[in-house]
Design a protein around this ligand. Structure first.
Ligand code: 5AD
Ligand code: SF4
Length: 481
């Protein structure tokens, strides 16, 4: 478990292995391709691979990169676990995410008994936890490859080893300061894409495991980000989502520091890109400059996902969030004053250690005042290694459940009211896919992220279509072209 190269050079004795990235990974993609071709010849059919993603958009984007590498190696990508390679890109933000993976692994073990040449690989946030790796090593011995978040760019190299080895290959790094550019990616959508602008998190909210599994903040250079956006635009992408754990800290760690607002100004100039989204800003350092850039932009979507976590200033302090209830409310007012139609969405945790009914009432109060378009609500989950997990004032399950239900009811009620405010308007909808239930309809999204179904055909996909919103069904609309 180190970041030296020994396991690769021990396996491959070639002297010609490049040292520099991404050339090194390209070399290993070729190497793996030869091994895969041989296997395919033996089986008399192409090899198939599936990548399953747990967790956030950051992981979704990582999976597109992993699929890009598998595609280069010659695997046919599929959605079916009964295939020659299964890779789970895992999440560990809440315990549920881990339990899902263990449950699924049992099933994969069964498939591998029928298909012994199958390769089972695990990566992502959950693998950064030593207890998890230990459990896999001892209880899931049929797994072939385990790697983490920091060496994901080495997938081709690790897979080359796993393909010819009969022991479990485990390679987890504690941290990295490296960002490897120019590796392939295979996008899920032709017309929209995530773009990483930074990796890691320095905030250490006391409930959150992300800083431990994703490491310290590292920003990509604006040049690399803009170049990727230009390439995506040339490839037909019209909407990008700029991704980072806390986008407001973007660029602070660069040799020549750049603010997130300046990055957005540069992004605005990429022709062909029509919509720009971002995720996630931290309320503690959302600048006036950012609000100004959003207000004057023609491309940045009028939507802000602004995690609240709790409405109680007392709890926010215990959470290490660096803002108060009043500060948060003032920020929302400032956003609405600058952009009256902006959609505000949020994340809220219920049952954080020490949460009293009074604290919880503060959370409800913020929801009532802000009137979010929608909110993700989470039951607090104890994450080993985080400060809050060791506190002894954990909240009983029945109390949490009751608060969760009350919060959800309120969030849904305000969300439904808010969503109806565009009824009768004519707005641009990015057509995303043919509706699964009714193939005469196309499903797309407004710039504020609301879903709209309207009559149309597949030729519209990837285009922004003017639609009149004729009927509001709570959280989505029906419309007419
Ligand atoms: N328990 C519950 N929810 C959590 N989140 C992060 N850590 C935890 C935890 N330990 C939520 C936060 C964050 C979102 C991505 O997940 O609300 O914004
Ligand atoms: Fe899950 Fe957080 Fe990792 Fe995303 S960054 S995959 S939400 S733990």
């Amino acid at each position: 478990m180190s970041d030296n190269n020994s396991i690769y050079t021990d396996t491959f004795s070639d002297s010609g292995i490049p040292v520099e990235e991404p050339q090194r990974q390209q070399f290993f993609m070729q190497k793996a391709r030869k091994i895969a071709e041989e296997k395919a010849r033996e089986l008399g059919r192409p090899l198939r691979a599936m990548v399953k993603t747990y967790g956030c958009q950051m992981n979704e984007r990582d999976s597109e990169k992993l699929r890009g590498i598998l595609d280069q190696i010659g695997y046919e990508l599929c959605q079916d676990e009964d295939s020659d390679l299964v890779l789970y890109n895992t999440c560990t933000v809440r315990e549920n995410a881990n339990l899902k993976v263990y449950g699924r692994l049992g099933y994969l073990g069964g498939l591998k008994k029928k298909n012994p040449h199958m390769i089972i690989a695990l990566c992502g946030c959950m693998m950064q936890e030593p207890e998890v790796v230990e459990k896999i090593r001892t209880s899931y011995r049929f797994v072939d490859l385990v790697f983490g978040t920091h060496n994901i760019y080495k997938f081709a190299e690790l897979l080359s080893v796993a393909m010819i080895s009969d022991r479990m290959i485990i390679d987890i790094w504690k941290d990295t300061d490296k960002i490897v550019e120019d590796l392939p990616a295979k996008r899920t959508y032709s017309f929209k894409s995530g773009v990483n602008i930074m990796f890691g998190c320095n905030n250490f909210c006391t409930y959150c495991i992300v800083p431990y599994v994703r490491g310290r903040e590292r920003s990509r250079t604006p040049e690399a980000i803009i170049c990727e956006m230009e390439r995506l635009a040339a490839d037909g992408v019209v909407e990008v989502m700029l991704l980072g754990q806390n986008v407001n800290s973007y660029g602070k760690d660069l040799e020549k520091p750049v603010s997130f607002a300046s990055l957005l100004r540069m992004a605005e100039n990429v022709s062909g890109i029509q919509r720009i989204r971002f995720m996630t800003p931290h309320p503690k350092d959302l600048s006036d400059e950012l609000i100004e850039v959003m207000k004057t932009s023609h491309k940045i979507c009028p939507h802000m996902h602004l995690p609240l976590q709790s409405g109680s200033s007392r709890l926010l302090k215990k959470m290490n969030r660096h803002y108060t209830k009043e500060g948060y409310l003032a920020l929302c007012e400032k956003l609405r004053a600058a952009m009256p139609d902006i959609s505000l969405t949020t994340d809220i945790i219920v049952g954080f250690p020490g949460e009293t009914e009074e604290d919880f009432q503060d959370t409800l109060d913020v929801v009532r005042q802000v009137r979010y378009d929608s909110a993700f609500t989470f039951i607090y989950s104890k994450r080993t290694g985080t400060p809050a997990a060791a506190w002894d004032d954990q909240i009983p399950e029945d109390v949490v459940k009751d608060r969760f239900d009350r919060l959800l009811a309120l969030v849904q009620e305000t969300g439904r009211e808010r969503s109806a405010r565009f009824l009768g308007k004519r707005m641009g909808v990015l057509a995303e896919h043919v509706n699964e239930q009714d193939p005469s309809l196309i499903t797309g999204r407004l710039d504020n992220n609301l879903v709209v179904h309207f009559p149309g055909d597949a030729s519209m996909i990837g285009k922004i279509i003017d639609v009149t919103l004729t009927e509001c069904k709570g959280f989505y609309y029906f419309g007419e072209v």
